[in-house]
Design a binder for this molecule. Sequence first.
Ligand SMILES: CC(C)(COP(=O)(O)OP(=O)(O)OC[C@H]1O[C@@H](n2cnc3c(N)ncnc32)[C@H](O)[C@@H]1OP(=O)(O)O)[C@@H](O)C(=O)NCCC(=O)NCCS
Length: 175
Amino acid sequence: MTDKFEIRDSVPDDIALIEAVYPGAFPDEDLLPLVRSLLSEKSIVLSLVGIADIALVGHIIFTTCGIVGRTDKVSLLGPLAVAPDWQQQGVGSALVRSGLRRLKNAGIGQIYVLGDPAYYGRFGFEPNDSVTPPYSLPKEWHGAWQSLTLRDDMPPLQGTLTVPPVWRQRALWAP
Ligand SMILES: CC(C)(COP(=O)(O)OP(=O)(O)OC[C@H]1O[C@@H](n2cnc3c(N)ncnc32)[C@H](O)[C@@H]1OP(=O)(O)O)[C@@H](O)C(=O)NCCC(=O)NCCS
């Protein structure tokens, strides 16, 4: 890992720079409408940026969610993007780990992500069949729905993840 970058909370002045990271990281997908909507939901979102020198090179969002019928607060990781020139240098991992630490300190018990297990497995994420995403996933994506428990006293959770309106779009949960 390089020590040339720092992780901090995003601030409103970062928005244009955050938006500049996504098209390079996701050339085939337009995540900007989702990112903009999430950034406007400050009370339910943890938004962190990776800064190298003075450049903004990575961004991650965690959204506070719930489970149908339960009071536990959980969190959904995504999106996560690192500028192509800065990939494979530890920025993504540092963003994930920093977010997990903060959420643990905030009392969040479990984190969910829809992503590549080959990447998220390194942080301890494992496929989850007990808490289902808000929309059914195609069969080939089932191993991509993963969770990580942050608290030792966390009872096993079962049910359906409840997401805020910004995440209630089937297209965000389909190939
Ligand atoms: C995926 C992404 C966030 C990882 O961030 P990063 O800063 O490049 O990754 P890190 O330096 O923290 O970690 C590098 C490790 O992750 C692995 N890795 C990177 N992207 C991966 C992916 N999409 N799938 C599986 N493994 C991946 C690398 O092979 C490397 O593995 P190693 O440590 O065993 O050598 C970044 O590459 C990116 O923005 N990619 C394009 C957007 C994207 O796919 N985001 C989706 C996340 S679900």
